[in-house]
Design a protein. Structure first.
Length: 255
C-alpha cells in the first residue's frame, strides 16, 4: 500500500502546490481522495495512472477538493482508446449524489452516465466500506463544513488517517489514535487562525493525542509557510514529521 500527496496546496493558488488530491494505491485498488484543480495534471505527470483509478472519495464539497472531477470523468470518457469500460465508484459524504446531479445539470448527462459504470456511494460514519485489495474505508465527521469528513484506510493491519479539511477536534485525535500515518491539514499560522482549519500548533496537539507512527502535513496556505512549522508542531509532538510536497509518498511495503 502507498499513499501519495498529489496536491498539497489550497485555493490560494501556488506555483508548486496543486489544490487537494491524494492517491491510495494497493493491489487491485487505485483510490483518489479529493480531486481539486491541478490534480489531473499531477496524475498525468505520473504517466498512465489516471486511466486506472477505480475509486474516488471526496472529503467535502469545497471546489478546491473536487474542481478537476468533471475533467477526470471527461478524460475517462473521451481521453483514451479503446474507451474505458472499467467501473468507477465515487464515494463521499451525504450530499455527494446531489453534487454530481448539479454538475451533470451544468455539464451534461455524461457526468452521471459516462459510458462505463459509474456508481455513487454516500458514506456515513456508521458505514464500513470494503474496497478491493482488502482495503477498509471509514469516515468521521470533522469541523469544517457540515458535510466534511476525515477518512481512515486500513489494509492488512496498516492504517492511514487523512483529516481532510478540519478544525481542532478531540474526536478526530481519538479516532486516529495509533495509526501508522496521519495526514493532517496545516492551513494557517496562529495569527490567522479560524475554527475551520488547523495551525501548526494545533497539528502538534492533534498528533500528541493521536500518536501516529508518522505525521505528514499538507494543505498549506502560503502564510503558514512563512513560520517554522516543525518547531511549532514540536511544542506538543516529538514523533517523525513530514512537510509534504506534491508527489511525496509513504510506502507501507507490499502493495
Ligand atoms: Zn481545502
Ligand atoms: Zn475546505
Amino acid at each position: 500500500m502507498r499513499f501519495t500527496t498529489l496536491g498539497t496546496g489550497t485555493v490560494s493558488l501556488a506555483a508548486a502546490r496543486s489544490c487537494a488530491g491524494y492517491l491510495l494505491e494497493a493491489d487491485g485498488l487505485q483510490l483518489l481522495i479529493d480531486c481539486g484543480s491541478g490534480i489531473t495534471r499531477r496524475l498525468a505527470e505520473r504517466g498512465a495512472g489516471w486511466q486506472t483509478i477505480s475509486h474516488v472519495a471526496l472529503t467535502h464539497f469545497h471546489i478546491d477538493h473536487h474542481g478537476d472531477l468533471p475533467t477526470l470523468i471527461f478524460a475517462w470518457k473521451y481521453g483514451f482508446l479503446p474507451p474505458r469500460s472499467d467501473p468507477v465508484e465515487i464515494i463521499g459524504p451525504v450530499g455527494t449524489l446531489a453534487l454530481l446531479d448539479r454538475l451533470a445539470a451544468a455539464y451534461g448527462d455524461w457526468m452521471r452516465a459516462p459510458g462505463f459504470p459509474l456508481v455513487v456511494r454516500e458514506i456515513t460514519p456508521s458505514d464500513v466500506l470494503e474496497l478491493p485489495g482488502d482495503v477498509t474505508l471509514t469516515c468521521l465527521p470533522v469541523p469544517h463544513t457540515p458535510e466534511s469528513v476525515a477518512y481512515s484506510v486500513v489494509r492488512h493491519g496498516r492504517r492511514v488517517v487523512f483529516t481532510g479539511d478540519t478544525g481542532p477536534s478531540a474526536d478526530l485525535a481519538a479516532w486516529a489514535r495509533g495509526c501508522d500515518l496521519l495526514v493532517a491539514e496545516c492551513s494557517l499560522p496562529t495569527e490567522m487562525s479560524i475554527p475551520e482549519h488547523l495551525t501548526p500548533e494545533q497539528c502538534g496537539e492533534l498528533a500528541a493525542g493521536a500518536q501516529p507512527k508518522h505525521l505528514a502535513l499538507t494543505h498549506f496556505y502560503p502564510p503558514v509557510e512563512q513560520v517554522d512549522i516543525r518547531a511549532l508542531v514540536a511544542r506538543s509532538y516529538s514523533g517523525p514529521v513530514t512537510l509534504a510536497h506534491d508527489g511525496w509518498y509513504f510506502d507501507f511495503g507490499a502493495m
